[in-house]
Design a protein around this ligand. Structure first.
Ligand SMILES: C[S@@+](CC[C@H](N)C(=O)[O-])C[C@H]1O[C@@H](n2cnc3c(N)ncnc32)[C@H](O)[C@@H]1O
Length: 282
């Protein structure tokens, strides 16, 4: 089966540890839930028949919706070709700053907003997605004079995946996104990571602090009680050790690409926590 790849570079993207994640996943499950889907590395690799995908980032989920809709998909690609042709530092800032005028921004067609999101992701510094407290994208321009915004074959594969399977696309809070999960469903949580020191976690205007980590652990436990397969990625901090002490910890060393300072980029201990024993053979 042809599988898609993430169409944006996303902080915390899971491509580099995808084999480990797949190996730890249950062999069989009903509906797949990914409430913090981001660039979708795990979603595309698993390619489930039935899934509910979600991210609080409305601009990102609008891209998924546009790829799924044939007309919007075509218009989005034409718009991306335009962005590629016009690309320069000045042009980047012009496109980026459209969201400073909320009225104008909300009137933009979905496909234009989707193309803007992909273009900014490809042209900005380090592929970072960061917004300020007013939800305005505030990453400076990268240095590339020419950019490639999409791989048509990959987007075609994603279009087919989203249309030929039963994939529900949401953009809400993680707790709301998993409220209908039932026994036998598989939920993979890949939240903004906890940290004992401060690191990047402003994917959305709200951030994701200790209280959010605690709320997430309650949802994890509730899903465990319901009989779901639950898996969660995070850093192995003191809080995470405490919150999930009754579950299985799988340790991973992974290279992180986005950190606040160069010294933060390097090997850090990541964990994949599960409420089940895996027997998958790959
Ligand atoms: C670590 S990233 C996920 C990376 C993703 N697994 C990938 O491979 O690209 C965390 C994601 O959580 C989203 N997020 C932050 N707060 C959220 C919330 N309360 N509910 C749902 N999603 C949230 C962010 O927008 C971000 O995309």
């Amino acid at each position: 089966m042809l599988k898609g790849k993430p169409f944006v570079k996303w902080a915390g993207g899971k491509r580099s540890i995808i084999d480990k994640l797949i190996k730890l996943s249950p062999d069989n499950f009903n509906t797949y839930y990914e409430p913090f889907v981001g660039g979708g590395a795990m979603l595309f690799e698993l390619s489930p028949r039935k899934a509910v995908i979600n991210d609080y980032n409305e601009e990102l989920m609008n891209v998924y919706r546009c790829i799924k809709d044939e007309n919007k998909f075509t218009s989005m690609c034409c718009e991306l070709n335009k962005h590629e042709k016009n690309h320069s530092e000045t042009y980047y800032y012009k496109v980026r700053d459209i969201d400073k005028n909320k009225n104008k921004f909300h009137k933009l067609a979905d496909y234009k907003r989707a193309a803007r999101t992909i273009y900014l992701n490809k042209a900005c510094f380090n592929g970072l997605y960061r917004v300020n407290s007013k939800n305005e994208f505030n990453v400076p321009s990268g240095k590339k004079s020419k950019i490639n915004t999409y791989d048509g074959i990959n987007l075609g594969i994603i279009y087919s995946f989203l249309n030929f399977n039963d994939i529900k696309i949401l953009s809400t809070d993680f707790e709301e996104a998993v409220k209908d999960a039932k026994k036998g469903d598989f939920i993979y949580f890949d939240p903004p990571y906890d940290s004992d020191t401060s690191t990047f976690n402003s994917y959305t205007e709200n951030g994701f602090g200790k209280e959010e980590q605690k709320r997430l652990s309650k949802v994890f436990k509730e899903l465990d009680k319901r009989g779901c397969y639950v898996m969660l990625s995070n850093y192995n901090t003191s809080l995470i050790k405490e919150l999930y002490k009754n579950y299985k910890f799988n340790y991973i060393e992974a290279q992180r690409n986005i950190g606040a300072k160069a010294k933060d980029r390097g090997l850090v201990e990541e964990v994949i926590i599960t409420n089940f024993e895996n027997k998958r053979d790959i």
